[in-house]
Ligand binder design. Sequence first.
Ligand code: ZN
Ligand code: ZN
Length: 375
Amino acid sequence: MTDPVIRHRLERLQAKLRRRKLSVLLVTNPANRRYLSGYSAADHGIRESSGVLLVPGRGRPRLLTDSRYILQAEEEVVGSEVMLYGKGLTASLRGFLRERKAGSLGFESDYLLHATYARLKSMAEKESVDLVPVSGLVEGLRLTKSEPEIGMIRASVALNEQVFQKVRKTIRPGMTEKGIALAIEAAMREAGAEAPSFETIVAFGTNAARPHAVPTDRVLAPGEIVLVDMGLVLDGYCSDMTRTFVVGEPDQVFRERLAVVRRAHQAAVQAIRPGVACREVDQAARGVIREAGYGKFFGHALGHGVGLEVHEEPRLSPASRRKLRPGMVVTVEPGIYLPDWGGIRLENMVVVRENGSEVLNRTQDDDLNNAEVAR
Ligand code: ZN
Ligand code: ZN
């Protein structure tokens, strides 16, 4: 990300902080940290932080990290000063609060260990600083994507599709779920992805009835369902796509159910436009599935936002009254799951546009779903 982009994001956040009368925000969520600083290090879990960002209502933010990451931070960080923790997070934070004469400290309540909170609380009490839980503040800025961000998401989607098509051509009966997942993740790395955006799902036959199946040693039999849900990270931005197919000749039941899922997908894409509530988009797809008699076999929400995180706001859930706005990027992923049979899910990524929607995926779900491939 270029300097002006990051600086603009910081200015928007700082204006929000001033409106809320927050002196300093402690940013611990790694996606928020990256969004506001360009610093790309990952956290290996909430207990393995690679740094925190302190954003004051006015003035220069500070990124704190340790010696393992300092070189990377100095190279990447834009708009903030970079410093080592020194005597640890609490002491460094105390120093920053004193320097800025801060009266309040916001923290991201969705991304902080209780143990860390307890230490902050005792420090804040001693310093007479109000400790204020904050939720969704930076996420609110990330909710709609700029054109350059959409361009990066589009590139992530395109690379993901390219990887899928490459591996799809090699899928044969006799392969295992784990083997295919491994081949996909290796191909992602070879193609230049930073990482998979989540653990790749490959599920055969009845395993495909579990929406979040974990790949096993199950061996693919001819004519079985194969469900692949995969995504990668490119320049920080995630992709997420599901394809369901049969190696060999699909039977009539599979064709019929696939047709229902496709119709549901289409209905949702057509429903997406600014001003429509998320739950209305969910309903558009769910209605098609219900009318086809599969209502109780579609348990999860229709989709979710995607950006620096693979699952972010907005959620296309039956309960969400949030209204779509131009620049939001969401998945549309209706599915039908029958425990004794298997499952079908079709997932593409869609941008909300002024005049409707734009599907970012370029491949159809059946591009390779024909008899010439992998009999
Ligand atoms: Zn997915
Ligand atoms: Zn998804």
